[in-house]
Structures are given as C-alpha cells and as structure tokens.
Design a protein around this ligand. Structure first.
Ligand code: FAD
Length: 366
C-alpha cells in the first residue's frame, strides 16, 4: 500500500476551485486532499453589480461545501490563522491543527490602504464579503452621497454603477493620480471619463486623500468633503495574514514559475496572494484562473517524479469592466471596445465560469 501525501489547500480561490474539481486525479496519484476555506466563494466578475443591487447578492456565489462534497474533498469550513512550516501543521481560527505534507495557498487579497487612515465603517472593495455590505448600506441611506476613493478598474466600475443606482443622489470619485484608469489605453480612458461625466459623477483628479472616515474624508491639502458612505478602491495587496505568518509581504508569498516557494518546496501559492517572482503580475482573477491547471499539473507531476510545468502569463489578457446599465468596456492590449456587446460578452464569460463550479460532477470533469 502506497503512503498518501497529505495535500492541504488553503482558501477556495480561483486556482483551488479548479484543483478541487479535479481532485479525483489527485487521489488517483496518491494524494489525500483537504480544503480549508469558508463555505462561500464570491466571484469578482459580478461584484460591482451585486454590491450595488443591480444583480441579486448571490449572483456570483459558489457553494464551496457542495463543490468539495461533489468531488470527494474533505472541507474544513474555517480559516487559516497560523502555520508551522517546520512541523508542517496549519492552525485554524477554531483551533484545529491540520498536518500536511504539501500546502497550497490561494487566499486572495485585500484593499490597499497605502498611507490613508481608513475607518472601520468604510466599505473596502476586497475581501468581496465586505463589499457585499454596500448594497445593505445603500438601502439604509436613501438619497446617499457616496465617495469612491481610487480610480483604477474597481473604482471605475463602482462609481459607474453607483451613478445609475436608484437611491444614490451624488457620486464622487477621488483619485490621487492625474488620470482615471491609468492601465487603460488612452481612448478607453477618455471614453470612460466621458461616460462618468454624462452620468454626473464628480471626478477629483490629483487629489490625495489623507483620512477616510464613514461620513467624511480629509484631503492632503486639509480640505474636508462630507458623504454618507465611502468605498476604498485604491488597489489590492496580498492578504496581510501572509506577512503576519512570516510567509511573505504585501506582494504575497514568493513563488517561482512552478508556483513553488523558492525556499519551501512543500509550499505553493497562486492568485492574488502569490508574488510571482519571474515577472510582476496584476492582481486580476485571470491569473488565478489560468494558474489552476498549472498547479494541478505540477501536483500530478510531483507524484509521478516528473518536473513541474511553469506558469506563462498571457501577454495580453482580455479584461472587461462592467460599467452598469448594460455597458461594458472590453480591453485587450491597446484594443478596446465600449458598449452593450462588451457587457454581454462579460456576462457570458462569467456565467460559463460560474457554471463549472456550481454543478459539480463526481467524475471531476469540470
Ligand atoms: C470590484 C472588483 C471587481 C473585479 N473584477 C474583476 C474582473 O472582472 N476580472 C478579473 O480578472 N479580476 C477582477 N477583479 C480582481 C479579482 O477580484 C482578483 O484578482 C481575484 O479575485 C483574485 O483571485 P484569487 O483566487 O487569488 O483570490 P480570491 O478570489 O479573493 O479568493 C480567495 C479565497 O480565499 C478565502 N480566504 C481568505 N482568507 C482565508 C483564510 N485565512 N483561510 C482560508 N480561506 C481564506 C476567501 O474567502 C476567498 O474565497 C476585481 C476586483 C474587484 C475588487
């Protein structure tokens, strides 16, 4: 009888959802697969729509418990709070100790605060469980003035959505830099800026925020702007838990092209919580999605004593922003398209991806 290799997957992020859906292959290769994660996964592709009430709150939700059960994976419905990399034991919030031979981390990111002093009442774009509170807060504040801080992709999406959300009177978008959407092609940037202007969004560029409170913000120059609700969308950093546990820093857990920690070969990481050493990667879901098959193939290769494959990021991935009211902005490299078809394309991609993990098949063929 062959000894089993204990594989502990921490976090049900995009990459791990793929691995869980293929657990049968891992079992056949000699792994005992356990997943440490909360029951629900929220998908960011529809997050702006669900957070503003344009879609029902559960439109992007995946039942991780059902997925794990459907693929014979033991789920520990909890979160990671500690890890002993020498003894190879992970600790959960409830105090359980989980021994492992191999551990893989896919715990995502949180909203970056940079050097802004941010109060607890402020809604953060990530984790998405926190962003979900926005819809409830909006319902409790009819006629609200909402400030979104940060003019990157998620800030643009949220400001554009809020501007067409019933019950929101005024939307303010505050950005420290000189332009909105600095990563977008120039034409796309101008197109979104025009759309926001048409929807009445008040845009403040070159305006660094010093303090962001539930009912007001203070600018670097001392000015105060009042609001009823505020959303922090100033970029994403790896979950701070990783730095606390000594596994990495705000960039994440360092990994080589095979998604392995360079000093701890028994540790892997994927998605937003990984710091991909070969080249900088944007914190976008597409990397987690595409790293899933690489992670799985690496685990299978390891079991068969073969070299693990490398992750090669696509040079120009397609990204589609949901700008609300049925309008999307599709971008790939310097190419871009704004309109209804971009929105429909996004919804089709989202639906197809969600369907994979909402109807688990015991064969593991996701
Ligand atoms: C508003 C918004 C819209 C976005 N839209 C897009 C988009 O359209 N396309 C795109 O590519 N990217 C988009 N992004 C970026 C995208 O959200 C992230 O890049 C993506 O979610 C990262 O995937 P991940 O698998 O690394 O982590 P996540 O999707 O964050 O998954 C991590 C999982 O780990 C769990 N977890 C966290 N901590 C622990 C713990 N201690 N123990 C156990 N489990 C834990 C979490 O509950 C979560 O389910 C958007 C982001 C935002 C904020």
């Amino acid at each position: 009888v062959r000894d089993e290799t204990g594989l502990l997957l921490v976090g049900a992020g995009h990459a791990h959802l793929h691995v869980v859906a293929h657990a049968a292959e891992l079992r056949a290769a000699g792994y005992r697969v356990r997943l440490l994660a909360p029951r629900w996964f929220d998908y960011s592709g529809v997050a702006s729509a669900t957070a503003t009430g344009a879609l029902p709150a559960d439109a992007g939700r995946i039942d991780v418990r059902a997925l794990a059960a459907g693929h014979g994976v033991e789920l520990v419905e909890d979160t990671l709070v500690g890890i002993d990399t020498v003894a190879r034991v992970a600790t959960t919030a409830d105090g359980a100790a989980l021994a492992y031979d191999l551990v893989s981390l896919n715990v995502g990111s949180v909203a970056a605060t940079h050097d802004i002093e941010v109060d607890d009442e402020v809604v953060r774009v990530k984790p998405l469980a926190g962003l979900g509170a926005l819809a409830t807060r909006l319902a409790a504040h009819p006629g609200a003035t909402v400030t979104v801080v940060g003019g990157g992709s998620s800030g643009l999406e949220l400001a554009a959505h809020l501007a067409v959300t019933r019950g929101v009177t005024r939307v303010r978008l505050v950005e420290a830099g000189p332009v909105l959407g600095p990563d977008l092609p120039g034409g796309a940037r101008r197109s979104v800026t025009r759309l926001l202007a048409r929807r009445g969004v008040e845009v403040h560029l070159g305006t660094p925020v010093r303090r962001l409170a539930g009912d007001h913000l203070l600018l670097g120059d001392g000015r105060r702007l009042d609001h009823d609700l505020a959303v922090l969308a100033t970029g994403l950093v790896a979950s701070p838990l990783l730095a606390r546990l000594g596994l990495g820093d705000a960039d994440g857990v360092p990994v080589t092209a095979t998604l392995q920690h360079p000093d701890h070969p028994e540790m892997l990481a994927a998605g937003d919580c990984a710091h991909f050493l070969p080249q900088p990667l944007a914190r976008i879901g597409v990397h987690g999605v595409r790293q899933g098959p690489v992670l799985l193939a690496g685990l299978l290769a390891r079991a068969h004593g073969e070299p693990a494959p490398s992750y090669t990021p696509q040079r120009r991935a397609l990204a589609v922003l949901d700008l609300g009211a049925g309008i999307g902005l599709a971008v790939r490299g310097r190419w871009w398209w704004r309109g209804r078809t971009a929105f429909l394309l996004k919804r089709r991609i989202d639906r197809r991806w969600l369907r994979r993990y909402r109807s688990p098949t015991p064969s593991g063929a996701a």
